[in-house]
Design a protein. Structure first.
Length: 457
Protein backbone atom coordinates (compact mmCIF):
# COMPACT_ATOMS: atom_id res chain seq x y z
CA UNK A 1 0.00 0.00 0.00
CA UNK A 2 1.02 3.61 -0.38
CA UNK A 3 0.41 4.95 3.06
CA UNK A 4 3.02 4.99 5.82
CA UNK A 5 2.95 1.80 7.85
CA UNK A 6 5.02 3.19 10.69
CA UNK A 7 2.21 4.89 12.56
CA UNK A 8 3.01 3.54 15.99
CA UNK A 9 2.21 6.86 17.66
CA UNK A 10 -1.25 6.91 16.13
CA UNK A 11 -1.91 3.37 17.30
CA UNK A 12 -0.77 4.18 20.82
CA UNK A 13 -3.01 7.24 20.83
CA UNK A 14 -6.00 5.11 19.88
CA UNK A 15 -5.25 2.52 22.55
CA UNK A 16 -4.53 5.12 25.22
CA UNK A 17 -7.90 6.71 24.62
CA UNK A 18 -9.67 3.38 24.96
CA UNK A 19 -10.65 3.32 21.30
CA UNK A 20 -9.76 0.35 19.12
CA UNK A 21 -8.87 1.04 15.48
CA UNK A 22 -12.00 -0.83 14.44
CA UNK A 23 -14.22 1.40 16.58
CA UNK A 24 -12.27 4.46 15.51
CA UNK A 25 -12.99 3.55 11.91
CA UNK A 26 -16.69 3.64 12.69
CA UNK A 27 -16.32 7.08 14.28
CA UNK A 28 -14.41 8.48 11.30
CA UNK A 29 -16.41 6.87 8.53
CA UNK A 30 -15.48 8.23 5.11
CA UNK A 31 -17.58 11.14 4.00
CA UNK A 32 -19.61 10.54 0.88
CA UNK A 33 -16.76 9.74 -1.49
CA UNK A 34 -18.04 10.34 -4.99
CA UNK A 35 -16.98 8.49 -8.13
CA UNK A 36 -18.07 9.59 -11.57
CA UNK A 37 -17.12 8.72 -15.16
CA UNK A 38 -17.60 11.47 -17.77
CA UNK A 39 -18.70 10.89 -21.35
CA UNK A 40 -15.11 11.33 -22.57
CA UNK A 41 -13.99 8.50 -20.28
CA UNK A 42 -12.35 10.55 -17.52
CA UNK A 43 -12.82 9.14 -14.00
CA UNK A 44 -13.31 11.51 -11.07
CA UNK A 45 -13.02 10.65 -7.38
CA UNK A 46 -13.89 13.31 -4.79
CA UNK A 47 -13.01 12.89 -1.10
CA UNK A 48 -14.52 15.73 0.97
CA UNK A 49 -12.42 16.91 3.91
CA UNK A 50 -13.44 20.28 5.38
CA UNK A 51 -10.90 20.54 8.21
CA UNK A 52 -8.81 23.10 6.31
CA UNK A 53 -9.58 25.36 3.30
CA UNK A 54 -7.20 23.49 0.99
CA UNK A 55 -7.49 20.78 -1.64
CA UNK A 56 -5.15 18.16 -3.03
CA UNK A 57 -5.71 17.73 -6.75
CA UNK A 58 -4.16 14.76 -8.54
CA UNK A 59 -4.38 13.45 -12.06
CA UNK A 60 -3.25 9.88 -12.66
CA UNK A 61 -2.58 8.45 -16.10
CA UNK A 62 -2.88 4.70 -16.55
CA UNK A 63 0.56 4.39 -18.07
CA UNK A 64 3.94 3.70 -16.54
CA UNK A 65 7.33 2.26 -17.27
CA UNK A 66 5.89 -1.20 -17.90
CA UNK A 67 3.91 0.20 -20.86
CA UNK A 68 6.92 1.58 -22.71
CA UNK A 69 7.95 0.45 -26.16
CA UNK A 70 10.74 -2.15 -25.84
CA UNK A 71 14.08 -0.44 -26.26
CA UNK A 72 12.71 2.90 -25.02
CA UNK A 73 13.05 2.43 -21.28
CA UNK A 74 12.71 5.60 -19.22
CA UNK A 75 10.23 7.12 -21.64
CA UNK A 76 7.33 7.38 -19.17
CA UNK A 77 9.53 9.21 -16.66
CA UNK A 78 11.03 11.38 -19.42
CA UNK A 79 7.56 12.49 -20.48
CA UNK A 80 6.69 13.28 -16.87
CA UNK A 81 9.50 15.84 -16.95
CA UNK A 82 8.47 17.17 -20.34
CA UNK A 83 4.88 17.76 -19.19
CA UNK A 84 6.16 20.88 -17.42
CA UNK A 85 7.45 22.42 -20.68
CA UNK A 86 4.28 24.30 -21.54
CA UNK A 87 1.54 24.48 -24.14
CA UNK A 88 0.57 27.05 -26.78
CA UNK A 89 -1.91 28.51 -24.29
CA UNK A 90 0.31 28.35 -21.22
CA UNK A 91 4.04 28.77 -21.87
CA UNK A 92 6.67 26.80 -19.97
CA UNK A 93 6.92 27.74 -16.30
CA UNK A 94 3.60 29.59 -16.07
CA UNK A 95 1.74 26.76 -14.33
CA UNK A 96 4.48 26.36 -11.70
CA UNK A 97 4.76 30.11 -11.13
CA UNK A 98 1.04 30.45 -10.52
CA UNK A 99 0.97 27.47 -8.15
CA UNK A 100 3.81 29.09 -6.20
CA UNK A 101 2.17 32.52 -6.28
CA UNK A 102 -1.04 31.23 -4.67
CA UNK A 103 0.94 29.44 -1.96
CA UNK A 104 0.52 25.97 -3.41
CA UNK A 105 2.76 22.96 -3.87
CA UNK A 106 3.20 20.69 -6.87
CA UNK A 107 5.07 17.62 -7.96
CA UNK A 108 4.86 14.55 -10.16
CA UNK A 109 5.80 10.87 -10.01
CA UNK A 110 6.19 7.83 -12.25
CA UNK A 111 5.91 4.15 -11.41
CA UNK A 112 5.76 0.97 -13.44
CA UNK A 113 1.96 1.23 -13.67
CA UNK A 114 1.03 4.92 -13.57
CA UNK A 115 2.21 8.51 -13.90
CA UNK A 116 0.77 11.23 -11.68
CA UNK A 117 0.77 14.99 -11.26
CA UNK A 118 -0.52 16.84 -8.21
CA UNK A 119 -1.05 20.23 -6.64
CA UNK A 120 -2.05 21.23 -3.13
CA UNK A 121 -3.67 24.65 -3.28
CA UNK A 122 -6.24 26.86 -1.51
CA UNK A 123 -9.72 25.49 -2.13
CA UNK A 124 -10.84 28.53 -4.12
CA UNK A 125 -8.00 27.97 -6.60
CA UNK A 126 -9.05 24.43 -7.56
CA UNK A 127 -10.53 25.37 -10.91
CA UNK A 128 -7.32 27.14 -11.92
CA UNK A 129 -5.12 24.05 -11.53
CA UNK A 130 -7.77 21.90 -13.24
CA UNK A 131 -7.70 24.26 -16.21
CA UNK A 132 -3.93 23.98 -16.46
CA UNK A 133 -3.95 20.17 -16.21
CA UNK A 134 -6.76 19.86 -18.76
CA UNK A 135 -4.78 22.08 -21.14
CA UNK A 136 -1.57 20.06 -20.94
CA UNK A 137 -3.44 16.76 -21.18
CA UNK A 138 -3.45 17.15 -24.97
CA UNK A 139 -1.87 20.56 -25.66
CA UNK A 140 1.79 19.92 -24.83
CA UNK A 141 4.24 21.61 -27.23
CA UNK A 142 7.67 19.99 -27.56
CA UNK A 143 10.70 21.08 -29.54
CA UNK A 144 14.26 19.78 -29.58
CA UNK A 145 15.27 22.94 -27.72
CA UNK A 146 13.37 21.77 -24.63
CA UNK A 147 13.51 17.99 -25.12
CA UNK A 148 17.26 17.48 -25.47
CA UNK A 149 18.31 19.52 -22.40
CA UNK A 150 15.67 17.68 -20.34
CA UNK A 151 17.16 14.38 -21.50
CA UNK A 152 20.41 15.52 -19.90
CA UNK A 153 18.45 16.24 -16.72
CA UNK A 154 17.06 12.70 -16.46
CA UNK A 155 20.48 11.24 -17.25
CA UNK A 156 21.93 13.19 -14.35
CA UNK A 157 19.04 12.04 -12.16
CA UNK A 158 19.82 8.43 -13.12
CA UNK A 159 23.45 9.02 -12.20
CA UNK A 160 22.58 10.45 -8.79
CA UNK A 161 19.81 8.04 -7.86
CA UNK A 162 21.23 4.83 -9.31
CA UNK A 163 24.73 5.20 -10.72
CA UNK A 164 26.11 6.54 -7.44
CA UNK A 165 23.93 4.36 -5.20
CA UNK A 166 25.11 0.74 -4.85
CA UNK A 167 21.87 -0.27 -3.12
CA UNK A 168 19.76 1.08 -5.97
CA UNK A 169 21.99 -0.68 -8.50
CA UNK A 170 21.51 -3.95 -6.64
CA UNK A 171 17.75 -3.41 -6.65
CA UNK A 172 17.78 -2.97 -10.41
CA UNK A 173 19.70 -6.19 -10.86
CA UNK A 174 17.35 -8.14 -8.58
CA UNK A 175 14.28 -6.88 -10.44
CA UNK A 176 15.85 -7.74 -13.78
CA UNK A 177 16.58 -11.28 -12.58
CA UNK A 178 13.17 -11.74 -10.93
CA UNK A 179 11.17 -10.74 -14.01
CA UNK A 180 12.35 -12.93 -16.84
CA UNK A 181 9.65 -11.83 -19.28
CA UNK A 182 7.55 -9.07 -17.75
CA UNK A 183 8.48 -5.37 -18.27
CA UNK A 184 8.56 -4.85 -14.49
CA UNK A 185 12.13 -6.10 -14.91
CA UNK A 186 13.29 -2.79 -16.34
CA UNK A 187 13.91 0.26 -14.15
CA UNK A 188 11.31 3.01 -14.01
CA UNK A 189 14.01 5.59 -14.62
CA UNK A 190 15.29 3.50 -17.53
CA UNK A 191 18.46 1.76 -18.65
CA UNK A 192 21.02 4.48 -19.25
CA UNK A 193 22.08 3.37 -22.73
CA UNK A 194 18.44 3.54 -23.86
CA UNK A 195 17.75 6.83 -22.08
CA UNK A 196 20.61 8.41 -24.03
CA UNK A 197 18.75 7.72 -27.30
CA UNK A 198 15.30 9.06 -26.31
CA UNK A 199 14.08 11.69 -28.74
CA UNK A 200 11.38 14.30 -29.25
CA UNK A 201 9.55 11.92 -31.60
CA UNK A 202 9.61 9.18 -28.97
CA UNK A 203 8.09 11.53 -26.39
CA UNK A 204 5.38 12.86 -28.71
CA UNK A 205 4.36 9.38 -29.87
CA UNK A 206 4.11 8.17 -26.27
CA UNK A 207 2.16 11.28 -25.25
CA UNK A 208 -0.37 10.92 -28.06
CA UNK A 209 -0.73 7.21 -27.39
CA UNK A 210 -1.44 7.38 -23.65
CA UNK A 211 -2.39 10.89 -22.52
CA UNK A 212 -6.08 11.60 -22.84
CA UNK A 213 -9.20 11.85 -20.69
CA UNK A 214 -10.23 8.22 -21.15
CA UNK A 215 -6.90 7.04 -19.75
CA UNK A 216 -6.92 9.30 -16.69
CA UNK A 217 -8.24 9.38 -13.13
CA UNK A 218 -8.64 12.70 -11.30
CA UNK A 219 -8.66 12.50 -7.50
CA UNK A 220 -9.60 15.54 -5.43
CA UNK A 221 -9.34 15.44 -1.65
CA UNK A 222 -10.13 18.43 0.52
CA UNK A 223 -12.46 21.32 1.15
CA UNK A 224 -14.88 20.80 -1.73
CA UNK A 225 -18.26 19.14 -2.18
CA UNK A 226 -18.62 16.34 -4.74
CA UNK A 227 -21.21 18.19 -6.82
CA UNK A 228 -19.07 21.32 -7.00
CA UNK A 229 -15.95 19.34 -7.94
CA UNK A 230 -17.88 17.47 -10.58
CA UNK A 231 -19.11 20.74 -12.09
CA UNK A 232 -15.56 22.12 -12.21
CA UNK A 233 -14.33 18.90 -13.82
CA UNK A 234 -17.07 19.14 -16.42
CA UNK A 235 -16.05 22.73 -17.24
CA UNK A 236 -12.36 21.79 -17.61
CA UNK A 237 -11.58 18.14 -18.24
CA UNK A 238 -15.02 17.47 -19.68
CA UNK A 239 -14.18 19.63 -22.69
CA UNK A 240 -11.14 17.53 -23.65
CA UNK A 241 -12.00 15.16 -26.48
CA UNK A 242 -10.75 11.60 -26.73
CA UNK A 243 -7.89 11.18 -29.15
CA UNK A 244 -7.54 7.39 -28.97
CA UNK A 245 -9.50 4.38 -27.80
CA UNK A 246 -8.12 3.05 -24.55
CA UNK A 247 -7.45 -0.69 -24.63
CA UNK A 248 -6.77 -3.10 -21.76
CA UNK A 249 -3.12 -3.23 -20.76
CA UNK A 250 -1.97 -6.70 -21.72
CA UNK A 251 1.70 -7.21 -20.97
CA UNK A 252 3.94 -10.25 -21.35
CA UNK A 253 3.55 -12.37 -18.22
CA UNK A 254 6.04 -14.41 -16.23
CA UNK A 255 6.55 -18.15 -16.79
CA UNK A 256 6.36 -20.31 -13.65
CA UNK A 257 9.66 -19.87 -11.77
CA UNK A 258 11.74 -23.05 -11.65
CA UNK A 259 15.17 -22.07 -10.29
CA UNK A 260 16.63 -20.35 -7.25
CA UNK A 261 18.55 -17.28 -8.39
CA UNK A 262 21.22 -15.26 -6.63
CA UNK A 263 23.65 -12.48 -7.48
CA UNK A 264 26.34 -10.39 -5.84
CA UNK A 265 27.13 -6.73 -6.45
CA UNK A 266 30.54 -5.55 -5.27
CA UNK A 267 31.22 -1.84 -5.03
CA UNK A 268 34.03 0.11 -3.32
CA UNK A 269 31.50 2.53 -1.80
CA UNK A 270 29.68 -0.13 0.22
CA UNK A 271 30.12 0.51 3.93
CA UNK A 272 27.52 -1.95 5.25
CA UNK A 273 27.07 -5.34 3.53
CA UNK A 274 23.45 -6.35 3.16
CA UNK A 275 21.13 -9.00 1.78
CA UNK A 276 17.96 -8.38 -0.20
CA UNK A 277 15.57 -11.02 -1.52
CA UNK A 278 12.45 -10.65 -3.65
CA UNK A 279 9.79 -13.30 -4.29
CA UNK A 280 7.39 -13.24 -7.22
CA UNK A 281 3.90 -13.17 -5.67
CA UNK A 282 0.34 -12.07 -6.55
CA UNK A 283 -0.73 -8.44 -6.32
CA UNK A 284 -4.22 -7.46 -5.23
CA UNK A 285 -5.24 -7.34 -8.90
CA UNK A 286 -3.95 -10.87 -9.65
CA UNK A 287 -4.57 -12.65 -6.35
CA UNK A 288 -7.37 -14.98 -5.36
CA UNK A 289 -9.83 -13.69 -2.77
CA UNK A 290 -8.04 -13.02 0.52
CA UNK A 291 -4.60 -13.94 -0.81
CA UNK A 292 -3.19 -10.42 -1.14
CA UNK A 293 -4.46 -9.49 2.31
CA UNK A 294 -2.81 -12.60 3.77
CA UNK A 295 0.50 -11.59 2.19
CA UNK A 296 0.07 -8.10 3.65
CA UNK A 297 -0.38 -9.55 7.14
CA UNK A 298 2.49 -12.00 6.59
CA UNK A 299 4.86 -9.15 5.72
CA UNK A 300 3.93 -7.39 8.96
CA UNK A 301 4.42 -10.48 11.08
CA UNK A 302 7.72 -11.35 9.46
CA UNK A 303 9.33 -7.97 9.18
CA UNK A 304 7.59 -4.78 10.30
CA UNK A 305 8.86 -3.23 13.51
CA UNK A 306 10.74 -4.45 16.55
CA UNK A 307 8.09 -7.08 17.36
CA UNK A 308 8.44 -8.79 13.99
CA UNK A 309 9.86 -12.28 13.75
CA UNK A 310 12.93 -11.37 11.70
CA UNK A 311 13.88 -8.43 13.91
CA UNK A 312 13.38 -10.34 17.17
CA UNK A 313 15.28 -13.42 16.00
CA UNK A 314 18.18 -11.82 14.13
CA UNK A 315 18.68 -8.48 15.89
CA UNK A 316 17.44 -8.90 19.45
CA UNK A 317 17.92 -12.59 20.28
CA UNK A 318 20.91 -13.75 18.22
CA UNK A 319 22.47 -10.34 17.75
CA UNK A 320 23.72 -11.34 14.30
CA UNK A 321 22.07 -8.46 12.40
CA UNK A 322 21.85 -4.71 12.74
CA UNK A 323 18.59 -4.66 10.77
CA UNK A 324 16.08 -7.09 9.31
CA UNK A 325 12.62 -6.74 7.80
CA UNK A 326 10.05 -7.67 5.20
CA UNK A 327 7.64 -5.88 2.86
CA UNK A 328 4.92 -6.53 0.30
CA UNK A 329 3.99 -4.37 -2.70
CA UNK A 330 0.32 -5.14 -3.18
CA UNK A 331 -0.73 -2.32 -5.51
CA UNK A 332 0.58 -3.53 -8.87
CA UNK A 333 -1.35 -4.34 -12.00
CA UNK A 334 0.46 -7.65 -12.54
CA UNK A 335 2.43 -10.15 -10.44
CA UNK A 336 4.36 -8.26 -7.80
CA UNK A 337 7.06 -8.58 -5.14
CA UNK A 338 7.40 -9.73 -1.55
CA UNK A 339 10.75 -8.83 -0.03
CA UNK A 340 12.96 -9.69 2.94
CA UNK A 341 16.21 -7.99 3.84
CA UNK A 342 18.89 -7.78 6.48
CA UNK A 343 22.31 -6.34 7.32
CA UNK A 344 24.80 -8.40 9.40
CA UNK A 345 26.84 -7.31 12.36
CA UNK A 346 30.65 -7.38 11.97
CA UNK A 347 31.92 -10.94 11.92
CA UNK A 348 28.70 -12.40 10.53
CA UNK A 349 28.76 -13.39 6.87
CA UNK A 350 25.93 -12.86 4.42
CA UNK A 351 25.48 -16.64 3.91
CA UNK A 352 25.10 -16.99 7.70
CA UNK A 353 22.53 -14.22 7.76
CA UNK A 354 20.69 -15.73 4.82
CA UNK A 355 20.50 -19.11 6.58
CA UNK A 356 19.02 -17.44 9.65
CA UNK A 357 16.41 -15.61 7.56
CA UNK A 358 15.53 -18.88 5.87
CA UNK A 359 15.14 -20.47 9.31
CA UNK A 360 12.61 -17.85 10.40
CA UNK A 361 10.66 -18.29 7.16
CA UNK A 362 10.74 -22.09 7.46
CA UNK A 363 9.40 -21.93 11.01
CA UNK A 364 6.55 -19.70 9.85
CA UNK A 365 5.69 -22.16 7.09
CA UNK A 366 5.90 -25.19 9.37
CA UNK A 367 4.23 -23.86 12.52
CA UNK A 368 2.18 -20.89 11.35
CA UNK A 369 1.63 -17.71 13.33
CA UNK A 370 0.21 -17.15 16.80
CA UNK A 371 -3.14 -15.55 17.53
CA UNK A 372 -1.32 -12.69 19.26
CA UNK A 373 0.92 -12.01 16.24
CA UNK A 374 -2.06 -12.16 13.91
CA UNK A 375 -4.14 -9.68 15.88
CA UNK A 376 -1.20 -7.32 16.41
CA UNK A 377 -0.45 -7.24 12.68
CA UNK A 378 -4.08 -6.71 11.71
CA UNK A 379 -4.48 -3.98 14.33
CA UNK A 380 -1.44 -2.15 12.97
CA UNK A 381 -2.62 -2.40 9.37
CA UNK A 382 -6.13 -1.22 10.17
CA UNK A 383 -4.76 1.62 12.29
CA UNK A 384 -2.59 2.71 9.37
CA UNK A 385 -5.64 2.77 7.13
CA UNK A 386 -7.60 4.82 9.66
CA UNK A 387 -4.91 7.41 10.20
CA UNK A 388 -4.15 7.71 6.48
CA UNK A 389 -7.45 9.62 6.40
CA UNK A 390 -5.76 12.43 8.33
CA UNK A 391 -3.56 13.28 5.35
CA UNK A 392 -5.17 14.52 2.16
CA UNK A 393 -2.26 13.55 -0.04
CA UNK A 394 -1.97 10.04 1.44
CA UNK A 395 -5.66 9.41 0.99
CA UNK A 396 -5.68 10.74 -2.56
CA UNK A 397 -2.63 8.63 -3.45
CA UNK A 398 -4.30 5.55 -1.98
CA UNK A 399 -7.33 5.94 -4.22
CA UNK A 400 -5.30 6.97 -7.26
CA UNK A 401 -2.91 4.04 -7.11
CA UNK A 402 -5.80 1.65 -6.57
CA UNK A 403 -7.86 2.84 -9.53
CA UNK A 404 -4.85 2.74 -11.86
CA UNK A 405 -3.90 -0.83 -10.88
CA UNK A 406 -7.16 -2.69 -11.24
CA UNK A 407 -8.99 -1.89 -8.00
CA UNK A 408 -12.16 0.12 -7.35
CA UNK A 409 -13.33 2.75 -4.90
CA UNK A 410 -15.20 0.04 -3.00
CA UNK A 411 -12.04 -2.06 -2.82
CA UNK A 412 -10.28 0.79 -1.03
CA UNK A 413 -13.22 1.38 1.32
CA UNK A 414 -13.43 -2.30 2.21
CA UNK A 415 -9.71 -2.92 2.64
CA UNK A 416 -9.74 -2.67 6.49
CA UNK A 417 -12.60 -5.18 6.65
CA UNK A 418 -10.73 -7.59 4.40
CA UNK A 419 -7.63 -7.32 6.58
CA UNK A 420 -9.75 -7.96 9.66
CA UNK A 421 -11.04 -11.17 8.07
CA UNK A 422 -7.57 -12.70 7.47
CA UNK A 423 -7.02 -15.94 9.40
CA UNK A 424 -3.87 -17.58 10.75
CA UNK A 425 -4.40 -20.46 8.35
CA UNK A 426 -4.45 -18.05 5.38
CA UNK A 427 -1.20 -16.44 6.49
CA UNK A 428 0.52 -19.82 6.87
CA UNK A 429 -0.77 -20.95 3.48
CA UNK A 430 0.48 -17.75 1.85
CA UNK A 431 3.94 -18.36 3.32
CA UNK A 432 3.93 -21.99 2.20
CA UNK A 433 2.88 -21.29 -1.39
CA UNK A 434 4.64 -18.03 -2.16
CA UNK A 435 7.82 -17.97 -0.05
CA UNK A 436 9.31 -20.77 -2.14
CA UNK A 437 12.99 -20.12 -2.85
CA UNK A 438 12.43 -21.08 -6.50
CA UNK A 439 10.25 -17.99 -6.81
CA UNK A 440 13.00 -15.71 -5.55
CA UNK A 441 16.15 -13.79 -6.33
CA UNK A 442 18.62 -13.10 -3.51
CA UNK A 443 21.14 -10.29 -3.83
CA UNK A 444 24.29 -9.68 -1.79
CA UNK A 445 25.69 -6.16 -1.58
CA UNK A 446 29.37 -6.27 -0.60
CA UNK A 447 32.45 -4.09 -0.58
CA UNK A 448 34.64 -4.64 -3.59
CA UNK A 449 37.66 -6.75 -2.59
CA UNK A 450 40.69 -4.60 -1.91
CA UNK A 451 38.69 -1.37 -1.68
CA UNK A 452 39.63 1.01 1.10
CA UNK A 453 36.98 2.71 3.23
CA UNK A 454 36.21 6.23 2.15
CA UNK A 455 37.79 8.89 4.35
CA UNK A 456 35.39 10.97 6.38
CA UNK A 457 35.99 14.70 6.14
Amino acid sequence: MIFDRGLAFALLLALASGVSPTNLRAQTTDAAIAHHVFTNGLELVVIPDHRAPVVTHMIWYKVGAADETPGKSGLAHFLEHLMFKGTAKNPAGLFSRIVGRIGGQENAFTSSDYTGYYQRVPADELKKVMEFEADRMTGLVLTDDVVLPERDVILEEQNQRVGNNPGARLGEQIDAALYLNHPYGRPVIGWRHEMEQLSRDDAIEFYKRFYGPNNAVVVIAGDVEPDAARALAEETYGKVAKRFEAVPRQRPQEPPPVAVRSLTLADPRVEQPSLSREYLVPSFATAKKGESEALEVLAHILGTGSNSRLYRALVMEKGDAVSAGAWYQGSSLDMTKFGVHGAPRPGVTLPQLEAEIDGVIAETIDKGVSAEELERAKTRLIADAVYARDNQASLARWYGSALTTGATVDDVRQWPDRIKAVTAAQVQEAARIWLDRRRSVTGYLVRQPGAQPEKKS
